[in-house]
Write a protein that binds this ligand. Structure first.
Ligand code: THU
Length: 139
């Protein structure tokens, strides 16, 4: 099943996270509209604010591959409870996904995952469509 595959990919890449300061490892997997999966994990830094989120890395990988449309995203953290994207990452996802986009959130309780939408996580969002003609989305 495609969503199971996406979730498993996020859980697998979580193992590569570099999170020596928080001890909280996160993996993210983005499925693009073309069906490809892009992976990311959090990468922390001794200068704390320079660390990056897993979602940010997965989105960057998608963009670097030449794609701009997120069909679904899975995020898996290393606490028991599901890991939801931080506020900044909700906005980062919104740049490339519409409100109906499915967001899967998981933790270490294997099968337990929350299946929600971006609209539920970021209602009344400000997105690129609010800036018509300025986004370069046409090209
Ligand atoms: N983190 C993510 O990578 N994604 C999230 O959705 C939540 C938080 C990371 C940032 C930091 O490295 C660690 O988890 C603790 O906040």
């Amino acid at each position: 099943m495609p969503m199971d595959e996406l979730f498993a990919a996020a859980r697998a890449v979580r193992e590569r996270a570099y999170a020596p300061y928080s001890g909280f490892q996160v993996g993210a997997a983005v499925r693009s509209r073309n069906g490809h999966i892009y992976l990311g994990c959090n990468v922390e830094n001794a200068a704390y604010p320079s660390g990056t989120c897993a979602e940010q890395a997965a989105i960057a990988a998608m963009i670097a591959a030449g794609e701009k449309d997120i069909a679904a995203i899975a995020i898996v953290g290393s606490a028991a409870e599901p890991c939801f994207p931080c506020g900044a990452c909700r906005q980062r996802i919104r740049e490339f996904a519409d409100g109906a986009t499915r967001v899967l959130a998981g933790g270490t309780l294997g099968a337990e995952r929350i299946d929600t939408t971006l609209d539920a996580l970021l209602p009344h969002a400000f997105g690129p469509e609010q800036l018509p003609g300025l986004t370069g989305l046409e090209g």
